[in-house]
Design a protein around this ligand. Sequence first.
Ligand code: FES
Length: 132
Amino acid sequence: MTQEHVTARVPTEYHVCAADDVAERDRVLIDAGGVEIGIFKVKGKFYAYENRCVHQGGPVCRGDVLGRWEEHLDEGGQVVGADFSTEHIDIACPWHGWEYDVETGKNIADPRFRLRSFDVVVRDGDIFITIP
Ligand code: FES
């Protein structure tokens, strides 16, 4: 008979920084037990993702945070203008430009691809994330 050792992972909470230290549309990066995580602030809310792009593992959390480029069409489907959205905010991976919605972590071209996310809470003015 063999003896198996099962290691149960215990969720671990990590302190990030003061919530006021993160500017709108900016991020902070932390090492949480060997996992690099980017914590973003968009529209006053915080989102945390592993700094690993689904495409080829690039440092997605170091990419630009920008409004999604959106074209405006007339009734016939012709482009009549375009601008950066103030509603849809994305992270652009610095390696090959894959973009992810900051609020969902989903790739904007193919939502089947999404960044690994983590729970974020703000407590007494400080940000905490939990690694399950
Ligand atoms: S590794 Fe991120 S776009 Fe290729």
